[in-house]
Design a protein around this ligand. Structure first.
Ligand code: ADP
Ligand code: MG
Length: 458
């Protein structure tokens, strides 16, 4: 069971978070009907109570426990060492299957329905809007304000960890609040499939259909998993039609657009394209910082801006990983009793991201160069031809060429110029570096600043 709990947890948090927090946890078995987990210290104990209690309870619920209880005990150092030495740990009383001597353990329950509830944290208020997600956000808000009327279905796609589930839940919360009495159903495609299989097995197709066809808002997550499941597609097709004809709102998420979902029936694909298809991209640096900032505020962690920026530079695509990195930094600083500094942060993240180069963006190079030369980014990008702007402009172009994967035309466009200007700048700087020590020092300093997160000891 503990392995199942861990499996559930792992699916719901980032790898970083999992390794930071759950890898060192020891299962101490069941006492008085509660699953007891051993943690390393009182800080971890607090942390688990505050951040992972719900998740663990959910995990137990998903395994059939009706009234799951979890408690955390600080392991004495000796005990921890002993448990670490034993591999595997002794089998504790499994939860959900009470032994005759332990009548208070929750009874086994075979879930026939996978009812999923909305995550209270996934609201519009908690959703940071940036250029990467503003269209999806606007569409979701429009749908939340006039369900069934704005766009139906709303199809949101994007890579993992970019906020699709968050946005769907946000619509659910919004509608639940504004339109009490509306029936809302959130389901993953996996659960929908399982429900269908159970309904077929238990001869409960009528209940199944009633459940899904009587809602006002149906949120179906990760619809790409319909691929290749013919019977589920067939049933979903009818569910979709029943809801659509009654002007009930449908929101679907996927990791790719409908046209790229292989082995999806044409009639479903075309229905998915009836409404609005919108995507979420990876967040820009500023959006990542804003997300970290909100996260820190929510957890009442007072962490300086430059440290948040450092974290935001290291994790560039997946927001779940970004949040995990923040936790890791917080844990590192707390466990070692040091302040949140850039060096503490890079140490905390060094194991995880050791092999990962910091990703540099054009705007960062521009800003750093501007700061180095004591002028504004606008001036560098502007039309000025005086030597004191031309040199920084050429340096910025040179460093962007070196540190990013952007093409000459892309860089040119960023500066409102053409690719030959960039080419010229690159060769000018290359040539000047050989004879101009001051320039070389400036370029080196900028490169270090942009490329390596910590300027201190490494
Ligand atoms: P997906 O469903 O696309 O895989 P999730 O919705 O599960 O991604 O988001 C992953 C994590 O990132 C969640 O904790 C979510 O709250 C957070 N997140 C994603 N986008 C944002 C955002 N724009 N603002 C704040 N948090 C976000
Ligand atoms: Mg999701």
């Amino acid at each position: 069971i503990w392995a199942d709990v861990l499996g559930y947890v792992r699916k719901n948090i980032s790898e970083v978070e999992y390794h930071t927090w759950f890898a060192p946890v020891k299962n101490l078995g069941v006492q008085d009907g509660a699953l007891v987990l051993g943690v390393r210290n009182s800080f971890a104990q607090e942390w688990f109570r505050k951040h992972y209690l719900e998740l663990l309870e959910d995990a137990l619920r998903s395994l059939g426990a009706q009234n799951p209880q979890v408690s955390f005990q600080v392991l004495p150092a000796v005990q921890e060492a002993m448990i670490l030495a034993q591999d595997p740990p002794p089998p504790p009383t499994p939860l959900g299957r009470p032994s005759p001597s332990n009548a208070s353990a929750p009874p086994a329950m075979a879930p026939t329905e996978n009812r999923q509830t909305l995550n209270p944290k996934y609201t519009f208020e908690n959703f940071v809007v940036g250029p990467n997600n503003n269209l999806a956000h606007a569409a979701a808000l429009a749908v939340a304000e006039s369900p069934g009327k704005a766009y139906n279905p709303l199809f949101i796609y994007g890579d993992v960890g970019l906020g699709k589930t968050h946005l769907m839940h946000a619509v659910g919360h919004y509608i639940a609040e504004r339109f009490p009495g509306k029936r809302i159903e959130y389901v993953s495609t996996e659960s929908f499939t399982n429900d269908l299989i159970n309904a077929i097995r238990d001869d409960k197709m009528t209940q199944f259909r009633n459940r899904y066809r009587s809602v006002d808002l149906l949120l179906v997550d990760d619809i790409q998993f319909l691929a290749g499941k013919e019977r589920t597609q067939e049933e979903f097709f009818h569910t979709f039609n029943a809801l659509y004809e009654n002007h009930k709102q449908i929101i679907l998420s996927s990791d790719r657009p409908p046209k790229d979902i292989q082995t999806l029936e044409g009639r479903l694909r075309s229905r998915f394209e009836w409404g609005l298809i919108t995507d979420i991209q990876s967040p820009e640096f500023e959006t990542r910082v804003a997300i970290l900032k909100m996260n820190a505020e929510h957890n009442r962690i007072d962490i300086p801006q430059d440290v948040l920026e450092l974290i935001a530079r290291q994790v560039t695509s997946n927001i779940r990983e970004l949040e995990g990195a923040l936790m890791r930094v917080v844990a590192f600083a707390s466990l070692n009793n040091v302040a949140f500094s850039r060096s503490a942060a890079s140490k905390a993240l060094s194991n995880v991201f050791a092999s990962q180069e910091v990703k540099v963006e054009m705007i960062d190079v521009l800003r750093a160069t501007a700061a180095q030369y004591g002028m504004s980014a606008e001036m560098i990008r502007g039309s000025g031809r005086a030597r004191d702007v031309v040199v920084p402009r050429q340096v910025a172009m040179y460093l962007i060429r070196e540190l990013t994967a952007h093409s000459l035309p892309e860089i040119g466009q960023f500066f409102g110029r053409d690719h030959s200007t960039v080419m010229h700048a690159v060769s000018k700087v290359t040539e000047a570096l050989g004879r101009d020590a001051e320039l070389a020092a400036a370029v080196d300093a900028l490169r270090d600043q942009l490329k390596y997160v910590e300027g201190e000891e490494k």
